[in-house]
Design a binder for this molecule. Structure first.
Ligand code: F6R
Length: 233
């Protein structure tokens, strides 16, 4: 495990973007596993700036996002497909057909089965970017009795619904379920980049990196990954 300690969110975002850019430079047809939420926004902005400066080419890059709310379609401003288009894809030369987000409008069996098949077809994720939930979740893998395996439908925990309510008009509008890659999908990535910033994440980050490996803190399994980089402030 490599841990980079940044001064603040801005520096953490620059570091994360540099690591993602290095991955694309070294392997232009990389498969990137991507995350939504507030954490990666700064890194995405820096990747866009690098593209605009002619330093980065996304034309061969493929992406697989971690998760999507059940019931939301790609046009819904609270959905993760919409988020990715607006925060990154619309601003770089990535081919939209090479970008993948679970389909929130399909039923769980179909949406999750199709997503696992897509993951399989990509040949595996080269670099998986992760944010960290306050309860130690990664993707939408909430604290549980067991580590999940493949893409599945989850009931979001109260703390996650509360944390994500800031993106919606009210807490009532936050969907109660989501489709997420499983822990095994995530752990199969060749490299993992976990970004966590802010005091509110400190406890979850400490437990994830130095506590016991337990499905009660889903990110704790990352301790077993052979190529984990952590960027925190
Ligand atoms: C989002 C995702 C989530 C977030 C986590 C942290 O695709 O997979 O695990 O990374 O909830 O969210 P923020 O960055 O908003 O604190």
């Amino acid at each position: 495990m490599r841990v980079y300690c940044a001064k603040n969110y801005k520096e953490a975002s620059t570091l994360a973007a540099d690591l993602i850019a290095a991955q694309i430079l070294l392997k232009p047809d990389s498969v990137l596993g991507l995350a939504t939420g507030s954490t990666p926004i700064g890194a995405y902005q820096r990747l866009i700036a690098k593209y605009e400066a002619g330093e980065l080419d996304f034309s061969q890059v493929k992406t697989m996002n971690l998760d999507e709310y059940r019931g939301l379609d790609g046009e819904n401003p609270n959905g993760y497909r919409y988020f990715m288009n607006h925060q990154l894809f619309d601003h770089v030369n990535i081919k939209k057909e090479n970008t993948n987000v679970p389909d929130g409008k399909k039923d769980p069996t179909q949406a999750c089965g199709e997503y696992d098949a897509k993951l399989e077809r990509t040949g595996g994720i080269d670099l998986q970017l992760l944010g960290l939930g306050h309860n130690g979740h990664i993707g939408f893998n909430e604290p549980a009795e067991e580590f999940s395996k493949t893409t599945h439908c989850v009931d979001l925990s109260e703390s996650t619904i509360e944390a994500n309510a800031r993106f919606f008009d009210s807490e009532d509008e936050v969907p109660r379920q989501a489709y997420t890659m499983g822990i095994k999908n995530i752990m199969t990535a060749k490299k993992i980049l976990l970004v966590a910033t802010g005091e509110a994440k400190a406890d979850a980050l400490y437990k994830s990196l130095y506590g016991p490996i337990t499905p009660n803190v889903p990110a704790s399994i990352l301790q077993l990954h052979p190529d984990l980089t952590v960027v925190a402030d």
